[in-house]
Ligand binder design. Structure first.
Ligand code: HDE
Length: 713
């Protein structure tokens, strides 16, 4: 498909114009009460005498305190911690062959979007670097109404049926008796749940992989997870899976690094997204679709309705159909990021649901949760949630109603108002649900086509590089190591044997457990329902591919250093020319540079110039950077050799497999660390060109170093 270059627009898009009348700024204005009364004294309450009691009459104090008392709303029950940005989406070519959705027709049209990223388990104030799934929710403000693609950064989910969602979330959230641990799955209840829910194993592989600790929200994929439908103008339906492909590639941090970032900067991802947009390094994704003809529904060794399965890209290629660019930070976190309300049920003509039992449950949940979170059925009137398409209906009243509906009638059909507002025909954009034939008994049950719980977990594990597998093993050892009950650990080792025996063995070794010759059947822990034959026993089905390179992050895009953060370790006497050259070349390649020195303020170069320091060693940390450069300059190098924080910085960056470059006397500093300077490490560049350094940074990490790790950082 031809890729058109889309350039961000500086002027406000349709949604931003729609938000504009709701914005407020106090510049050059008087301070007022909420009634518009100008306030003369905002420092003191009204009292009976200077030392007397405060008077109940003080309506200004009362208004201020009352508003403050009610400033908080309930946080989201899941995905509480999040950050968002505005932008636009533009399709490359008309998708009319598959869908009549208006925003997917015209390559010349930009559709405003608001995108919220989130972690799932933690509270609003929890760390960004928790090992967790990331939410990736996109609201398209289309001319036909809002379309929400409420996805995650992993293409499958833990459970197959909405009925299990509250149980699953209760298991992963902090334990109910002591509210421990925050934003972590490494505890008994989570692993108890999954150890007897084999359907979760495919997603467990994803959650234990480095996908769960992204380097940046800008460097992760997004997935619609469920199979949806596209419907074209002729009424023909195809199945569709949605993907978001980041143009910067898919990259992660190391687990040790993630834990340290959580302490050094718990807002790491939020800050990274904000700064990237402020600096003009707009995050970009291509929207991908996997399309399956309706007639091919049953051609897969899994059920398209099963949300624990993906369609390997090698079986059905991902067609990249358009681009999304995030180019504006919100004006106000609460008004926009917190109050935005997503819902997979917000669809437009040309898109429809399938019977995926997880999706079906979600279609109920999202409006329902907004009622308690945002407090009223009028949450669609909150500016960020308002569509740019006009809204006319007979819904009325309720808490905080904003719209002043005019006219005598609030019902339809009517004669008094000439039948207005009236129904839209399909050709006028009226939505009709896809007419799917259903001829079945009403049952509470699950299709046997959902029972292959391990084949795709194995496919995922098979598709990982050696390093990625080791990270999965270590993640499982870490998580299960935090579980206090041995029977849960044992059950997990048993269930892992169903995915890959060597995986189970490696995890078991770390836990000091034997690998059971016959794993316990998790199903034994579910009391059968009345009349139920034991039907939940997993069964293996041969997959179409045994390896899917698209599932491995090691095969991702590695051709850019755009927006990567590079630390320059410097001190007085640094070689100014070397700093200037390296900095200019890195900036030209799109990277960002910070000068770190023993003190803030300015340092003097060997040439006698002064350079502004960005951070002192006290505030900086290697885990907040992608690469390190130590320039030459005798005095500077001598000072850094005596600076333990500088040596730790380099050791730690090395341990986390980052590119490190030194020039001139910078080598002295390197020699004072634990690093092996004589070896053949492609990520360690001694007196090499800036071009070589840039190429090394673009590789993201030199994970092979982990195998020979001798750095005690
Ligand atoms: Fe959600 N989910 N979810 N979910 N979900 C919510 O809605 C729910 C699921 C996802 O940035 C809640 O407004 C059920 C899958 C994202 O505001 C709630 C089930 C996927 C966000 C809810 C699922 C998601 C949510 C909480 C299983 C990936 C954050 C606050 C049946 C495809 C959106 C809210 C934002 C949020 C319910 C499973 C993605 C409670 C019942 C699968 C990205 O309604």
């Amino acid at each position: 498909m031809a890729k058109k270059k889309v350039t961000p627009i500086a002027k406000l898009n349709a949604k931003q114009e729609n938000l504009a009348p709701h914005t407020e700024e106090g510049v050059d204005q008087f301070l007022t009460t909420n009634q518009g009364l100008r306030i003369n004294d905002n420092q003191n309450s009204l009292k009976a005498g200077e030392r007397g009691a405060t008077l109940l009459e003080d309506f200004i104090l009362r208004e201020k305190i009352t508003h403050f008392d009610h400033e908080r709303i309930p946080e989201r029950i899941v995905h509480a911690r999040g950050e968002a940005a505005h932008g636009f989406f533009q399709v490359y070519e008309s998708m009319s062959k598959y869908t009549k959705a208006g925003f997917l027709q015209d390559p010349g049209k930009q559709t405003p979007v608001f995108v919220r990223f989130s972690t799932v388990a933690g509270s609003r104030g929890s760390t960004d670097l928790a090992r967790d799934v990331r939410g990736f929710a996109v609201k398209f403000y289309t001319e036909e109404g809002n379309y929400d693609l409420v996805g995650n950064n992993m293409p499958v989910f833990f459970i197959q049926d909405a009925m299990k969602f509250p149980d699953f979330i209760h298991a992963v959230k902090p334990e109910p008796h002591n509210e421990i641990p925050q934003a972590a799955s490494a505890h008994d209840t989570f692993w108890d749940f999954v150890s007897i829910a084999p359907e979760s194993m495919h997603m467990i592989m994803w959650a234990m992989s480095d996908r769960a600790i992204p380097r940046s929200l800008r460097m992760m994929e997004g997935f619609g997870v469920h199979t949806f439908r596209f419907i074209n103008a002729a009424g023909k339906s195809s199945f569709v899976k949605f993907h978001w492909k980041p143009l910067l590639g898919v990259h992660s941090v190391a687990w040790d690094e993630a834990q340290k970032i959580s302490g050094k900067d718990p807002d790491f991802h939020r800050r990274d997204l904000w700064n990237a947009i402020e600096s003009g390094a707009y995050p970009e994704w291509e929207l991908g679709v996997q399309i399956v003809a309706e007639k091919d529904e049953h051609k897969f060794p899994f059920d398209l309705l099963d949300p624990t399965k993906l369609i390997p890209e090698e079986v059905v290629p991902v067609m990249r159909i358009g681009k999304m660019v995030l180019n504006r930070n919100p004006d106000n976190f609460f008004a926009e990021t917190e109050q935005v309300a997503f819902h997979p049920g917000h669809i437009v003509p040309g898109i429809d649901f399938t019977n995926d039992p997880l999706l079906q449950g979600r279609l109920f949940s999202y409006t329902d949760t907004q009622l308690s979170r945002l407090g009223s059925p009028n949450f669609h009137e909150i500016p960020i949630n308002r569509p740019i398409a006009p809204v006319h209906n007979n819904q009325r009243d309720g808490h905080m109603r904003q719209t002043i509906n005019r006219g005598e009638t609030a019902y339809e059909p009517n004669t008094i108002s000439n039948g207005c507002p009236y129904q839209a025909k399909m050709k006028e954009g009226g939505f009709t649900s896809y007419e799917e034939r259903i001829d079945a008994k009403k049952i509470r049950g699950r299709s046997s086509s959902f029972f292959d719980h391990f084949s795709q977990a194995t496919l995922f594990y098979n598709s990982q590089s050696e390093v990625e597998r080791t990270h999965i093993v270590n993640a499982l050892r870490f998580e299960l190591g935090k579980v206090t009950r041995t029977d849960i650990r044992e059950r997990m080792v048993g269930i892992l044997t169903q995915i890959d025996k060597s995986l189970a063995l490696r995890v078991a070794t770390g836990l000091g457990l034997p690998v059971p010759s016959k794993p316990e059947t998790p199903i034994n822990h579910i009391r059968p329902a009345d009349g139920e034959v034991r039907r939940y026993e997993p069964k293996a089905v041969k997959q179409q591919v045994i390896n899917s390179p698209a599932l491995s992050m090691s095969n991702t895009v590695k051709n850019t250093v755009k927006s990567r953060q590079i630390a320059f370790l410097t001190a007085d006497g640094v070689a100014g020319k070397e700093v200037a050259k390296m900095k200019a070349d890195l900036l030209a390649a799109g990277a960002q540079v910070q000068l770190i020195a023993p003190h803030l303020g300015k340092i003097k170069t060997a040439e006698g110039d002064h350079l502004e320091v960005d951070q002192s060693f006290l505030g900086a940390a290697s885990v907040l950077f992608d690469a390190v450069y130590v320039p030459g300059g005798k005095t500077s190098a001598d000072a850094l050799v005596k600076e333990p924080a500088a040596l730790h910085f380099i050791n730690e960056a090395y341990k986390h497999c980052k590119a490190i470059a030194v020039t001139g006397d910078g080598l002295k500093v390197l020699k004072a660390t634990y690093l092996e300077t004589e070896g053949n490490d492609p990520g360690l560049l001694i007196n090499k060109s800036s071009k070589d350094f840039i190429n090394a940074i673009a590789q993201h990490r030199f994970w092979e170093r982990e195998a020979i790790d001798t750095i005690p950082a």
